[in-house]
Design a protein around this ligand. Structure first.
Ligand code: CAO
Length: 424
């Protein structure tokens, strides 16, 4: 079956996580993604957090499925020429180098447009224009600079980063959307364009509700926060612990076994339309009509007590027993699932959200497949490439080089690591 991005060729100059997430998604939608890597080492993540000796790490393999790899020394004159030819042959170029690195290589936006006016040049950077634009940025820096850390954690504790990679994978996702929109616009303008996604901006976009709360603060306390009604509110959005970010109060509650199982918890939402059912399930039918509890606004000063009472009930059930009972009454709730439980969940395997992939040097491993499902563009997850695995194939099939030109290029040293001096 055809794929949504069939015929789109991507020059993937990305590394680590943010950029590779973006190009992996585009590959899953059918784009031909050519990953350019530094000869000898490749993407630095190939060797980071290694679990199997001499095999590409899971860090790399799980972010680079369905791509082809070519090694090119971008600082070698012949390597630069080769990259210019690839720019002419591709539709999109994606990069997430430190600010200025691509310009130093000689590939400014002006130069790229000269080479290929239809080129869409997409970049992830840590910050947009402003005081921090020259800074290198990793995931947690973006979480801190984008408002996530200051609003995550408990009121009496330090700011916390979250396990979800909202700075890297989140920004990769934003960039991918910009790229497909630019591909669409190009069909009418005939022109490429520059697409930029800054990690600070991506995180702030995902923290939109917290900027909402910052403005609500001017009009009184945030009544759904655990600080209300006894704690003090200053002039910045405080950390909300596990309170729900929306209009229906929620909390994480202990379930049976919590003393030994760190994930024996459930997220429980006291959704207003099912308040009657909640009261009946937890054995508090009198709260259905009691004016202190009957209406959502009346409940807000009592949330602490309400959740403590619900917890006394959830602690008598495992998280899955509680789920089963609560779902009978359409009470929104969710178990706290460990990575082990997610890895073993059959329904996620059935939908391709969790996939088993085979790899020639590391063997079988689990990965997260495409979370976006399309009826006319199904995703088939294939393994990540070995370093430079497709170098010859790309020179031959994409750039139409003959064997003589390929041999000359190899002899020039542009495709291999520069020899190290004895002092290094
Ligand atoms: N051949 C030769 N040289 C190459 C090459 C190739 N194929 N590919 C890259 N290089 C060179 C670059 O030209 C650069 O050289 P100069 O600094 O001499 O110009 C050098 O490799 C280092 O690139 P870098 O600065 O991007 O990498 P770094 O390890 O120093 O920094 C990171 C990494 C992620 C902090 C930085 O790239 C960055 O801030 N990127 C933007 C934000 C981002 O995406 N961050 C998320 C990363 S995932 O957590």
């Amino acid at each position: 079956m055809g794929k949504a991005l069939d015929g789109v060729r991507i020059l993937d100059f990305t590394h680590v996580q943010s950029g590779p997430t973006c190009t992996q998604l585009l590959a899953w939608f059918g784009a031909d993604v050519i990953k350019v890597e530094r000869p000898g080492v490749g993407d630095i993540t190939r060797g980071q957090l290694r679990d199997v000796p001499n095999a590409d790490s899971l860090y790399f393999t799980m972010l680079n499925h369905n791509k082809r790899s070519i090694t090119i020394d971008s600082k070698h004159p012949e390597g630069k020429k080769l990259l210019e030819e690839l720019i002419v042959s591709c539709d999109v170029m994606v990069e997430n180098f430190a600010p200025g690195a691509l310009d130093r290589m000689g590939f400014t936006w002006e130069r790229v447009q000269e080479l290929n006016p239809r080129m869409i040049m997409a970049s992830v950077k840590g910050f947009g224009p402003g005081p921090y634009e020259d800074c290198k940025v990793y995931e947690n820096v973006a979480q801190c600079a984008g408002g996530s850390a200051s609003t995550t954690g408990f009121d009496d504790g330090p700011p916390l980063v979250t396990g979800a990679q909202i700075g890297d994978s989140g920004t990769g996702l934003h960039l991918a959307l910009g790229i497909v929109a630019a591909i669409h616009q190009r069909t009418t303008t005939g022109r490429g364009q520059r697409v930029m996604a800054a990690m600070q901006d991506g995180v702030l976009n995902l923290c939109r509700v917290k900027l909402r709360d910052q403005q609500r603060l001017a009009h009184g306390p945030l009544k759904e926060f655990p600080q209300y009604p006894h704690g003090k509110f200053g002039d910045v959005v405080p950390r909300a612990a596990n309170a729900s970010g929306g209009g229906q109060p929620g909390s994480i509650l202990k379930c049976k076994g919590w003393e030994t199982d760190p994930n024996a918890y459930i997220y429980f939402i006291t959704q207003a339309p099912v308040w009657k059912e909640i009261c009946n399930v937890i054995g508090k039918p009198e709260w259905i009509t009691d004016p202190e509890y009957a209406k959502p606004d009346a409940r807000l000063p009592h949330l602490k007590e309400i959740f403590a009472t619900i917890e006394a009930w959830t602690m008598t059930k495992t998280k899955f027993e509680a789920m089963a009972i609560l779902n009978e009454y359409d009470i929104p709730c969710g178990p706290i699932l460990s990575m082990k439980e997610l890895a073993e969940e059959q329904s996620l395997r059935d939908t391709g959200t969790v996939v088993e992939v085979d790899h020639p040097t590391r063997g079988k491993y689990l990965s997260v497949g495409n979370p976006i499902k399309m009826s006319d563009s199904p995703t088939e997850v294939t393994r990540s490439p070995l370093l430079g695995e497709h170098t010859d194939e790309i020179l031959r099939d994409v750039l139409k080089f003959d064997e003589g030109r390929i041999s000359a290029l190899k002899a020039s040293g542009a495709l291999t690591a520069p020899a190290r001096s004895a002092a290094e």
